[in-house]
Design a protein. Structure first.
Length: 285
């Protein structure tokens, strides 16, 4: 088999089309990359167009062999695993050539990196169910997250069940996409340029009340920063209300804003001022 580099459009169906092309063309991809992210190379390159029919054939075959393998494949594609596409291709290739028995061995070279990455994805989605902070923006609930993995597909059912009658959105800064929900329908769409609107008077006061509550229940004598960062990792603080600076609590069209939310009886949360300008940059189950 000849060695080649594949590029594709970055979609899941596009990746499955690469798997199909690998067998149809009898090639060995040494790298699979999104078209716009691909660095120069001396190896021959081939762009693989997305073919939904080919993608369905590959996924149907994987499902027939092992539903668990298909779950690993689908969720593995949402992870931040280095060389993700090659790791997933190795998983599918091993499944097609050896059958599903190897999937029971989590230390298997084709299973372990994907299993570990999926576990990290699911853990991140779990903690974000508690760390997401929504704001009321003119009757629409809006929130932002900055995850390492593409967690929106895993968060969709949770928040749609939690707010079935509400219109809301949840923006992923890292992967530039948003979960949009209204009238009982939810979709995930790319959103390249987004900046959260400033709060009105009522929302600014709710934010202040929340931070005041957070500061008040703190026990100064039991302050343990390391323990807090174990249960609430610091990388999530940039989108959590209780860790924001004064600008976050300033209502729209107000030069003064609401009073500072510190509480004399508690230990104030360490402020993390938001980055200037646009939201920080950082994508179905």
């Amino acid at each position: 088999m000849s060695e080649v580099v594949y590029t594709y459009d970055g979609s899941f169906d596009g990746f499955l089309s690469c798997v199909f092309a690998r067998y149809a063309n009898k090639e060995v991809p040494i790298a699979i990359s999104r078209d716009e992210d691909f660095p120069p190379t001396l190896f021959p390159c081939r762009f693989i167009p997305t073919d939904p029919a080919h993608a369905r054939r590959v996924l149907r075959k994987v499902l027939t062999l092992s539903p668990y393998g298909a779950r690993l494949l689908q969720r593995g594609f949402l992870t931040c695993l280095p060389d993700r596409e090659l790791a997933l291709l190795n998983l599918v290739t091993t499944l097609l050539e050896e059958g599903p028995g190897f999937l029971r061995d989590r230390s298997h070279p084709a299973v372990y990196p994907v299993f570990r990455a999926v576990r990290h994805l699911e853990g991140e989605a779990h903690v974000l169910k508690g760390f997401v902070r929504f704001s009321d923006l003119g009757g629409v609930l809006g929130g932002e997250i900055e995850p390492k993995n593409r967690v929106l597909p895993l968060l969709r059912s949770h928040f749609c069940a939690r707010y079935p009658q509400d219109a809301f959105f949840l923006y992923d800064r890292t992967h530039h996409e948003a979960l949009l929900h209204a009238a009982g329908q939810a979709v995930i769409r790319p959103l390249a340029d987004f900046q959260m609107a400033p709060p009105d008077e009522a929302e600014a006061r709710y934010r202040t009340l929340w931070k005041r509550f957070y500061d008040t229940i703190a026990i100064r004598e039991r302050d343990n920063p390391r323990c807090r960062m174990t249960h609430m990792p610091k990388r999530y603080w940039s989108t959590m209300t209780e860790f924001q600076g004064p600008e976050f609590f300033t209502p729209q069209n107000s030069p003064v804003g609401v009073p500072a939310p510190g509480a004399p009886a508690g230990k104030p949360a360490p402020g993390i001022p938001p980055a200037p300008g646009r939201s920080a940059p950082g994508s179905s189950l």
